[in-house]
Design a protein around this ligand. Structure first.
Ligand code: C5P
Length: 245
């Protein structure tokens, strides 16, 4: 065990990218004192459903449903209400669904949170997936902007639509803060400390660099979940962030 720093804890989003509920529960139990939010993605959810949500609610752990909604506004609004009912305090949707979809989602989620007397949800827009290159944008999708420009366009739209923030790469974080303001939240995946395995990720950044660029939330996955000693890996990440706070 090591000392909890609440300022760092609130930034840590741990990706529960495991196969079974048992493995997820083990990670949550071991790391909950050091993690602000646990992230449940589509891979885990489509295999295991929401059982782990119940577990997190019981032990008071916050969770982010990384569900990336996109549909007509009314459907997304209803789904957003249900997500809040499930106990998630964070969720996301595609900015490409347009402003009306984002507005309806935020409306549904916030009204439901009020009705249930739970915390106001953090609602994040996915801008351009990091798997989409400038070439794919122009040649396949016929979009006349670079990925960075388009991220900026969509981040502004998300802000105007009343969302809390966006999911983006560390390399876009500074620009988003410049155009959308310091209060507009940025959640960044692709985080790797120098000592960690790189895996299949390409555009990686260290935790310290991410914080310096203005990231509010850091998605930590294999850097901790694939480490032999997970607590020790988390401690090293805490120390690295502490050095730049
Ligand atoms: O293990 P690793 O740190 O690479 O985990 C990254 C997590 O962030 C995974 O859950 C992955 O789906 C997610 N993610 C990502 N890159 C994006 C968006 C989400 O790696 N652009």
């Amino acid at each position: 065990m090591f000392k909890i720093n609440p300022k760092i804890k609130e930034k840590i989003v741990l990706a529960l990218d495991v196969d079974t509920v048992e493995e997820a529960k083990k990670l949550i139990t071991e790391l909950k004192d050091y993690v602000g939010v646990f992230k449940v993605g589509l891979q885990f959810y489509t295999a295991n459903g929401g059982e782990v949500f119940e577990f997190m609610k019981e032990i008071g752990a916050e969770f982010f449903f990384d569900v990336k909604l996109m549909d007509i506004p009314n459907t997304v609004k209803k789904a957003s209400e249900n997500i809040i009912k499930s106990g998630a305090t964070f969720y996301n949707l595609h900015a490409l669904g347009g402003s009306e979809m984002m507005r309806q989602s935020a409306l549904g989620a916030r009204e439901m949170a009020q009705k249930l007397g739970v915390k106001e949800p953090t609602i994040l827009a996915v801008t351009v997936l990091t798997s989409i290159s400038d070439e794919i944008l122009s040649e396949e999708l016929k979009i006349n902007q670079t990925a960075l420009q388009y991220v900026e366009t969509l981040a502004k739209l998300a802000k105007e639509s009343g969302l809390t923030g966006v999911v983006a790469s560390v390399f876009e974080a500074r620009r988003i803060k410049e155009v959308c303001g310091a209060d507009f939240k940025v959640l960044c995946p692709g985080i790797r400390p120098e000592w960690s395995v790189k895996g299949d990720q390409k555009r990686l950044a260290t935790p310290a660099f991410a914080v310096k660029e203005g990231a509010d939330y850091l998605v930590i996955g294999r850097a901790v979940t694939a480490a032999e000693n997970k607590l020790e890996a988390m401690q090293k990440i805490y120390e690295e962030i502490e050095s730049v706070l």
